[in-house]
Every structure is written in structure tokens, then in C-alpha cells.
Design a binder for this molecule. Sequence first.
Ligand code: PLP
Length: 444
Amino acid sequence: MTEIPQERRVVTAIPGPKSLELQARRTASVAAGVGSTMPVFAERAGGGVLEDVDGNRLIDFGSGIAVTTVGSSAEAVVRRASAQLADFTHTCFMVTPYEEYVAVCEELAALTPGDHAKKSALFNSGAEAVENAVKIARSHTGRQAVVVFDHAYHGRTNLTMALTAKNMPYKNGFGPFAPEVYRVPMAYPYRWPTGAENCGPEASAQAIDQISKQVGAQNVAAIIIEPVLGEGGFIEPAKGFLPALARFARENGIVFVADEIQSGFCRTGQWFACEDEGIVPDLITTAKGIAGGLPLAAVTGRAEIMDSAHPSGLGGTYGGNPVACAAALGAIETMRELDLPAKARRIGEIMKGRLSAMREKYDVIGDVRGRGAMIAIELVKDQATKEPAPEAASALAKACHREGLLVLTCGTYGNVLRFLPPLVIGEDLLGEGLDIIEQALAAL
Ligand SMILES: Cc1ncc(COP(=O)(O)O)c(C=O)c1O
């Protein structure tokens, strides 16, 4: 395990000379379409700190986009994955199976909401899990249509590009996209025209009306929704919206899919974000936090739905790789031992308290939202007009980066600064990161 001092240290300009050298090699050899938030090359990482090749230590408010929930070198992840590496790297579960895959599916059945019989299938990436959820829902229902929402993000493969709302950078020029995908309104409280208090009931009525009138409920295989939206801007759907859609799905034989790829595995202060409103999805997609940084994803759900795809209809050469499965068992062990849902709630309390106070002081912060360690501020020209301010988000992010705080942006309008610290970050680092954000706001 990497023992890295849990302190920020800035010893060169950021990026430093070694990062700049690597950046030149990268520009010559890596396709331009693959972006990076910071041109800083990582050397090692652990806890709440990422050390670059120049010896700078950054406070990590990104977790590799909500992946390293248990830290980037958690002891149990490293121990179990290393032992598995030494045993064997791969057999292909579709050729000769192994226990680790089964053990991960057992954990998923135990941890996801609902006490019904559940089964899982494992894949490599979030997008692949979402694609397979659609395959399973179509097999189960014999229907084709898939309903998704404004501001949704579900991945970069062809079908998941179609499911994703935002054009730039995810879709532009990459069409044609998969058919039978229908988009309906999202309950976005901050921007709901008649006010946040009306948002839940009005948005669900509009969404259900559009599905009924424009698609026909009897044609819909799946409704796919992020219980807290990720790339779309950390939008928490207004209360009542998710339950109304889940009820509508149940009444019409539609498979209700919660995409918890970003919000799942303790991130929002529960094991899964849909628990907050007591939602029991038919299928749930997971990835990111599941395996402490190794590539693993899953579809978990009602056994009778999961079993509706014909034998050998699901799979993939690497899906549920044994090293990734061993890492997942280590990550889950860590989450339980350290009670990371409680840790996420504590992070949320601290961050929301500080950021809400900043909103009182700085007109550029329109909204502070999110749950647990999935927190964001939406930046606007001013609080009265709520006009999105993407340039403020970008300037703030850059100012934080220069000071050694790794933050990410997101949002349909590019005006959201999002915070996703590892749940094992120390409170001193958390506070220091928030100080840097406040200084950047003051200097804006
Ligand atoms: C909610 C959600 N779904 C799907 C994906 C796609 O996951 P991956 O990048 O592993 O394909 C993401 C990734 O950000 C996500 O946040």
C-alpha cells in the first residue's frame, strides 16, 4: 500500500517541468480526443492525496471521477488484488468460472435495495453495464423503447451516447445514434420554471404524460434514471419524482433501472442513492466505486428479469475479471469496516455547511446541492437571473488546480463545480480544500 503523507504540498508551478515533458510526449502519441482535466502526471496516490511526478501533492476532490471511494491504494484492495494477480489473471468466466465473480454477485444481491431474489452479471465499464441493462429489459418485456431524461449521462458507446443528453463533448459528430430512445423532462429544482416546490409533481406529470402520449407505455422496455445525476450537474431530482416514475413503471410492466454508476457504493451517504426515497429498482447498474479503481461494472436486479436473457446472450471476454472482482471484494470490505456511508454523510455536512455560507457571500454561487460526498455548486452570472456562468466554473477550477486542489466541472451548461473526495479523506484536508475554493471565489 502506498503510504503517502496526507498533506498538500506545492513545490513547482502546476504543471511542473516533468509533467510538461510528459505532456509533450503525450501530445505526440495520444489521440487528441482523449482529454484530461489537469495536465499533471500522477506518480502515486492514496487517502485524500495525489502526488505528481514533480513531487507536488494535490488534495483530491475528484476520486478519478467518483471511483476511488476507498482511496487509490486501499489496503484491502491492494492485498486482495495482488493475491489474485499471483494466482491467475484471467480464465474468462465464460470459459472456466471462478469464485470471486460469484462472491461479488452475492455481495451485490445483499447490498442493493430490496429483499427479493436478485442476480447479477458483471462487465468492464459503466457504459457496458447500461447497454446490458437495456438488453435484459428488452428480453424481459419483448418491447423496444427506452426512456431517459434531460441532463442524463449514461456513457460513450453508441447506445449510451443516444441515452446521454449533452451534445458537446459526448455526441457531436459521432452519430447516427441508436433508435427507440425517448427523452423526457427531469425534475431540476433549481431551474424549474414554477419554482422548486412545484418541481416534483409537475415534472413527473409532464414526464409520464410524454411517455404515455408520445411513446405509449405498452411499448416501453425500460425507464433509466440516475437517482442523483452525475455529468448533468449533480442534480437531485425533486422529492416525489423518482417514486412517481417507479410507480408508473410498475403499473405498466416497464423495467425501472437506477443508474447508480456515479451515485452508488456509499458516495451519497447510503450504499445506494435510491434508498433515500425508498426506491427499489428492478435493475441497478453499478461501476466506478465498486472496485477501488479496477475496471468492473454490474447489472443487478430481480432474478426473473435478469434470467430473461437467453444463455450466453450476456458476457464479454473480460467481464468480471478475477483481479477486478478481488479488488471489489476488498473495496466492499473497506466500506463496511470504515462505515463509509456514515463518512460520506459527515463529508456532506461539512461541505454543504461551508459552501452554503459561501453562497451567502458570493453572488456567483447560484445553488449548493448534492448529498454525502457528491456535492456541487452551480455558478451563475448572478443569483437573481440564474444565467449560467461556465467561464466562472472554468476560472475557479483553474485557480484551485494552481493551488494544488483537484476539482472537476460538469453540468449541461458547463457551469457546475463538483466535489467527489475519496470517503477516506481527512477532515483537515477537506477543510483546507474548502479554504482554497473560498480564496478562489474571493479572487474571481
Ligand atoms: C451515471 C453514469 N452512468 C454511466 C457512466 C459511464 O461509465 P463508464 O465511463 O465507466 O463507461 C457514467 C460515467 O461517468 C455515469 O456517471
